[in-house]
Structures are given as C-alpha cells and as structure tokens.
Design a protein around this ligand. Sequence first.
Ligand code: PLP
Length: 419
Amino acid sequence: NAPLAELDPEIAAVLEGELARQRDTLEMIASENFVPRAVLQAQGSVLTNKYAEGYPGRRYYGGCEQVDIAENLAIARAQELFGAEAVNVQPHSGAQANAAVLHALINAGDKILGLELAHGGHLTHGMKINFSGKLYDVGAYGVDPTSHRIEMDEVRKRTLEHRPDVIIAGWSAYPRQLDFAAFREIADEVGAKLWVDMAHFAGLVAAGLHPSPVPHADVTSSTVHKTIGGPRSGFILSKEELAKKINSAVFPGQQGGPLMHVIAAKAVAFKIAGTDAFKDRQERTLRGARIIADRLSQPDVASQGVSVLTGGTDVHLVLVDLRNSSLDGQQAEDLLHDAGITVNRNAVPFDPRPPRVTSGLRIGTPALATRGFGDVEFTEVADIIAAALRDGASADVEALAARVAKLTADFPLYSGLQQ
Ligand code: PLP
C-alpha cells in the first residue's frame, strides 16, 4: 500500500508534470475540459474494483448493490437533463457509444451517411479504416465550398443518391448549429433512422443554449468529457422502443464489464450539469468563442491571410483558415504552444495540405470557461492569439508567453491538489 510516489516514481512524475502543464498553460483544445475534483474523486475510487456486467438489477455478478445505485443515478440524471426516454451510460468512450449505435440500428453492409471527415465529421461516422468505414457502405455530405456551412439541400441530394439506412448529424469540427428538424424530414423521406452525435455540443444542449437533437433523433450519442466537462466516456439517449436494442448492442454487443468508477463520475457530472453555475459556464464558453472569432476577423489579422471559417461561431469553438497565411496548421499550433496556448491544428474543408500539417486551427473555449475566464480574459486571450497569427515567424513569443503566464497565475487551477 505504498503511495504512488514511492511505488512508482516515474509515473508519479508524469502526473505531477501533467498537473503543472495544465496549470501553467492555456488549454484551448475544443474537445478538452477540466473535471471538478468531485469527478476526480469518484473516478479514482474503489468502484474501479467492481465487475458489473449487465444492467442495474440484472447483473451477471454479485455484490452490485452499491454500483447499481450509481448507475441508476447516472441514468435518471441524464434522462432529466436531456429529456430522453431511454439512457445507456455504459459506453467507455464516444467511439464505443457510436459503435454500439450502429450495431443496434443496422447490419454490416447497410448504408450510412455522415459529414465528410475532412469537413469536420468524426472517424466513427464512416472513415475508411475505422470500424464504421469497414463495416458499412458509407456516403457523405460536405460543407458548401463558399459558405463552409452544411446546406440542407446538399444533405438531401446526397441522401437521395445514397439512400442511407442511417443519417448521422454531428461533428468534431464545425462552428455552427445543425438543423435537426430538417435532418429528420430528410431521414423520413428515405425511411432512414436519424442518429445525432452531440459529443461536442452536449454541454450547450444541457444548458439550454443550443437546440436539443433529442426530440428529433431516433438515437443521440455523446461523450461526457468535452463541453459537459465530466469523465472521459460516452452515453446514448434513445426513444424507448430502441432501448433494448441499444442496451444489448452496448453489452454484450460491444463491451464487457462497465467502468463503474467512471459511471459514478458521470452521475456527478450530470448532477453538476443541472446547476446555474454550469449554465453560467456554458454562457461564458459561448461568449469566449465569439470574442475570439471577432478578434481574428479584425483587419490586422485578416490582412495577413488569416480568416475565420463561416465568419464566426454559434458554439464553443472557432475554426481558423490559414490557407492564405504564411503559417500552416502545424506552424501555427507550434507557435501558440511556444506562447503557452494549447490548440490543435485541423484540416479545413478542401485543404490543400496533408492531414499531418493542415491549413487550419481549431480553438475551443470550454476548458478556460471552466477555469473561470469571462469576457475580459477571453478578450486578452483572443488578442494574444491574434498577435501570434498576425506576426507569424516574427511574433514576439516571449512577450506573448508573459501575457499567458499572467492569466494562468490569476486563475489558479486545482489549487492545493497533490497528485
Ligand atoms: N463523436 C464525436 C463527434 C467526437 O468529436 C468524438 C471525439 O473526438 C467522438 C465521437 C469520440 O469520442 P472518444 O474520443 O471518447 O472515443
């Protein structure tokens, strides 16, 4: 029972180092967040010891009376939060949730239609070497080459051409809201099921700041760790008539024993997501993204060939187009990293550069909103990013890093926490 630092100093050093990295930099990867301590506590608990194959009240193992309570709470809270008929909280991750959704809805060889990966779709929506691309007959819709928006005429056209069994609405990199009612109509036109993957914007939906897909979709999947800010994991909402199929697709279809420590942490995250403080955080998330989009659209930056895809954002992220800039995606990511800001390079639609380099950046605000940032701080962050992208190779990185250091010092993260 030696403490980690004694038993395994190498791993203890990684935890320490990572805590320091998170404290001392500005985390702006759109899919990341900082979980509250209560989530860390639930996730780092003895529940990790428990096998609980099956579902509450119907387990294949004894001794599940405590973990049943946790799972039932997670289910009830998600149900209330999203107004869902049925909930499965067992998927280990977003990708596992998505595998279960397709497993439940269709058979190998059937047809799916989702947003093109290079236009902001996810691997699990039909990428060639992902299970979704290998098992199913994949079609895709893209964004409009000029507006960079998903136009419903295009979705309808691709649907009528491909005649999918499942239409997927959802994205990993897209800065606007989707028209779920229009997706529903198009799905009905060809008798397809509608699956919405709200992994990215679920926190905004929970806060009532983004239209909910739940009334329109047959199935809605999500992660818990992006805008919601809970443990790394997934969950699935569905109509009651699909609940049995979804449950058996998750277990035993895709997974064995559920991660009960993570399920307890999901319950905690869903509880927090029902509070006013959570709504305030999501509001600051949205305002922060708008502040960044506005700043990066100003003439000093725009004149250097930097632009904001779709001209702005309705969500928690901004997509920056560097096709006409002196920086490529990799260089811009590295430059911001040197200044202490973590973002990820991201392909823009119709990107001339390879996926490892790209001509874009994806910049997200959820983690900094969780850290406590409001309009004033996001205005400063936006200006630091703008200066870096405007000045490129001649940016004064030291001066920018000093501005970042002031922000991180003013907003301490996990104060007093020891790893
Ligand atoms: N769905 C979407 C839209 C995502 O953006 C992601 C993660 O990036 C996932 C699913 C997969 O989540 P995970 O990384 O937990 O498997």
